[in-house]
Design a binder for this molecule. Structure first.
Ligand SMILES: NC(=O)c1ccc[n+]([C@@H]2O[C@H](COP(=O)([O-])OP(=O)(O)OC[C@H]3O[C@@H](n4cnc5c(N)ncnc54)[C@H](OP(=O)(O)O)[C@@H]3O)[C@@H](O)[C@H]2O)c1
Length: 335
C-alpha cells in the first residue's frame, strides 16, 4: 500500500540555516508510526496553523518528518481499539495532529481509536471537514458564552476575524441561536453581504479595534465577544465589554501580544475565557459536535466552503496567510 501525503521535512542549507520544506509525496505504511486505528481519509482542511506549517512557519511542527493537517475525516479501515468497526465515519480535530503526530493532509491516517469522534449523521465527510478545527473551536467559544449565562436578547455579541474560518462559523452559530451578532472585519466592502447572510446584523471595520489600544474602559458595547485575533483588538474588546460580560480568546491572527490592563476585570467583572481545541477532553468534543449537528445551518456551511484537491494545499496555505480565504478551505484528499 502506498498513499499520497504532504510531507514536511527539516533540512539545513549550505550555510547551516534550518529550513522546513513541504512536498507532496508517496509514502508506505511504515511512515505511519503509531495508532491502533487505520482510517481511509476523505477530507481535511487548511486551517491557519496548517497554513503556517505548509509554508515553513516556525512553531507549529514539533516532529520531523511530519504529515501536516490538524483535521482528519474519513472511514475506519481497521481498528484494534475495540471501539470502531470498519466502515464507520470518524473525525478528529487537533490532539497533536499535524503538530507532533501525522495529520490529515494524506490519503490514510493512523490514530488512536479512543480519541476519535463519530461524524454526526447530518454531515457528509466534506461538511465535517468544512467545520473542522475552526468550526469546532467556534462551537467551544459559543458553549463558553452560553455557560457564562449570556442569553439571546441580552445585547450584541462581537465576533472578530469575522470572514475567516472561526469567525464565519461563530457568526452562523450565534445567529442561528438567536443572538444579535456584530462582525468585525477588514473586508467589509467585499465580504459585508456574506457576513450579513451568515447572520451578522451589523459590521464594524476591524481597524477601529486593531489600530491602537484605547482607554482601559471604553463605552460598554458588547454583552460578549468571540475573539480570534488577539493583540490590540482583544485589548479594545475587553475595554468595550459590558459589566459581567465574557470575552473568549482563541486566536492570534493579529498578534500574540495583549496590550491590556486589569481594569475591565476589576471594575466591570469581565471574564476572559481561553479556548483550546487541541487538548479538549473527549466529553467536550462529543458535546461540541452534537451541538454543531443541532445548531449549524448546513446551507450556510456549504456557502462558506471551497473544496480543493490534495495537490492544492500548499497554494491554499498562501491564500490563508494572505487573509484572502473566505470561510473554510476543505481539501478533498481523494482528488
Ligand atoms: N485556540 C484554538 O484551539 C484555535 C483553533 C482554531 C484556530 N485558532 C486560531 O484562531 C485564529 C483564526 O483562525 P481561522 O482558522 O479563523 O483563520 P483564518 O481563516 O485565516 O481567519 C483569520 C481572520 O483574522 C482576521 N485577521 C487576519 N489578520 C488580521 C490582523 N492583522 N488584524 C486583525 N484581524 C486580522 C481576518 O478576518 P477579516 O478578513 O474578517 O478581517 C482573517 O480572515 C488563528 O490565529 C488560529 O491559529 C485557534
Amino acid at each position: 500500500m502506498t498513499f499520497r501525503a504532504w510531507w514536511i521535512e527539516k533540512n539545513e542549507d549550505a550555510e547551516g540555516t534550518t529550513q522546513q520544506t513541504a512536498s507532496l509525496t508517496d509514502l508506505g505504511p511504515a511512515a505511519l508510526r503509531s495508532g491502533d486505528t487505520w482510517v481511509d481519509l476523505a477530507a481535511s482542511s487548511v486551517n491557519y496553523k496548517d497554513a503556517l506549517a505548509l509554508t515553513g512557519g516556525a512553531g507549529i511542527v514539533r516532529e520531523w518528518p511530519l504529515i501536516p493537517g490538524i483535521d482528519v475525516v474519513g472511514t475506519v479501515r481497521s481498528s484494534d481499539s475495540g471501539l470502531w468497526t470498519p466502515g464507520e465515519h470518524v473525525l478528529l480535530n487537533g490532539a497533536g495532529l499535524g503538530e507532533s503526530r501525522h495529520g490529515g493532509l494524506a490519503e490514510v491516517a493512523r490514530v488512536d481509536g479512543e480519541q476519535l469522534v463519530r461524524v454526526p449523521q447530518r454531515f457528509t465527510p466534506t461538511q465535517a471537514a468544512a467545520i473542522g478545527t475552526a468550526g469546532f473551536t467556534a462551537m467551544l467559544a459559543v458553549l463558553a458564552i452560553e455557560k457564562h449565562g449570556v442569553e439571546p436578547g441580552d445585547g450584541p455579541i462581537l465576533v472578530t476575524g469575522a470572514a475567516g474560518g472561526v469567525g464565519s462559523v461563530t457568526i452562523a452559530l450565534l445567529a442561528h441561536l438567536g443572538y444579535e451578532v456584530v462582525a468585525s472585519t477588514g473586508r467589509g466592502e467585499s465580504e459585508g453581504d456574506y457576513l450579513r447572510h451568515l447572520g451578522a446584523t451589523d459590521i464594524v471595520d476591524r481597524h477601529e479595534l486593531s489600530d491602537e489600544a484605547g482607554k482601559p474602559l471604553q463605552k460598554q458595547r458588547w454583552t460578549a465577544v468571540a475573539d480570534a485575533v488577539g493583540s490590540t483588538t482583544l485589548a479594545n474588546a475587553l475595554a468595550q465589554t459590558q459589566y459581567g460580560g465574557i470575552v473568549t480568546a482563541c486566536g492570534l491572527a493579529q498578534g500574540a501580544d495583549l496590550p491590556a490592563t486589569v481594569v475591565p476585570f476589576i471594575l466591570r467583572g469581565v471574564t476572559l475565557a481561553g479556548v483550546n481545541s487541541v487538548d479538549a477532553p473527549h466529553e467536550l468534543r462529543e458535546e461540541a459536535w452534537t451541538r454543531l449537528a443541532q445548531n449549524l445551518d448546513i446551507d450556510l456551511l456549504d456557502e462558506m466552503t471551497e473544496v480543493y484537491a490534495l495537490a492544492d494545499a500548499r497554494s491554499v496555505a498562501d491564500q490563508v496567510l494572505a487573509g484572502s480565504v473566505r470561510g473554510r478551505a476543505v481539501i478533498d484528499v481523494t482528488q
